[in-house]
Design a protein around this ligand. Structure first.
Ligand SMILES: Nc1nc2c(c(=O)[nH]1)N=C([C@H](O)[C@H](O)COP(=O)(O)OP(=O)(O)OP(=O)(O)O)CN2
Length: 161
């Protein structure tokens, strides 16, 4: 049996956002930004339209997620050492003796452990999985999301539906 996939990537599937990650234990980056590009791919059999999944529906669902992150500060809610406290108007992030305060509306509060390209791809893939699962008649097997942090540097996550 041939394997079928659909893939969507567009010039507008890009979000400009700020973040900082930790790596190698306790090294914490300075706050900085990227123009992150997103591509998504679904694998599965063909339906009665000879589609794996409608490109348009996949594009629009991905665009909604991109919009949630665009022009935001990306903050990880499950980081072991970056502590994020969400107030009514502001968000405070602390790492060791460093502290950042942002307006609440400027933040994307993400249930992930670090804002790496890989974990952002995981966030996209899991949200798209929910969209796909709710789609009538779909038989998609895998959802893959790819996030490019800088030119040619992609984090990729593939999840089973
Ligand atoms: N596998 C991963 N490796 C790295 C990630 C990641 O998410 N997954 N992230 C980073 C940092 O966030 C870093 O900021 C990457 O940004 P980049 O601009 O590519 O790195 P530079 O500091 O070298 O910036 P230049 O503008 O290219 O000098 C690192 N690794």
């Amino acid at each position: 049996m041939p394997e079928f996939r659909v893939r969507v990537t567009k010039d507008h599937l890009v979000f400009s956002a700020a973040h900082f990650i930790t790596f190698n234990g306790n090294i914490c980056e300075r706050l900085h930004g990227h123009n992150w590009r997103v591509a998504v791919e679904l694998t599965g059999p063909l339906d009665e339209n000879s589609y794996v999944f409608d490109f348009i529906a996949l594009r629009d669902a991905t665009q909604k997620l991109v919009h949630e992150l665009d022009h935001k500060v990306l903050l990880p809610l499950q980081h072991p050492t970056i502590k994020v406290e969400v107030g009514t108007k502001e968000v405070e992030a602390k790492f060791e003796d460093r502290r950042w305060v942002f307006p609440l509306e400027d933040c994307a509060l993400l249930p992930i452990a670090n804002t790496t390209a890989e974990l952002l791809a995981d966030w996209f893939a899991k949200h798209l999985c929910e969209v796909v699962r709710a789609w009538p008649g779909q038989q998609v097997k895998f959802v893959q999301a790819e996030v490019e942090e800088n030119f040619g540097q992609w984090g990729i996550c593939k999840v089973e539906v």
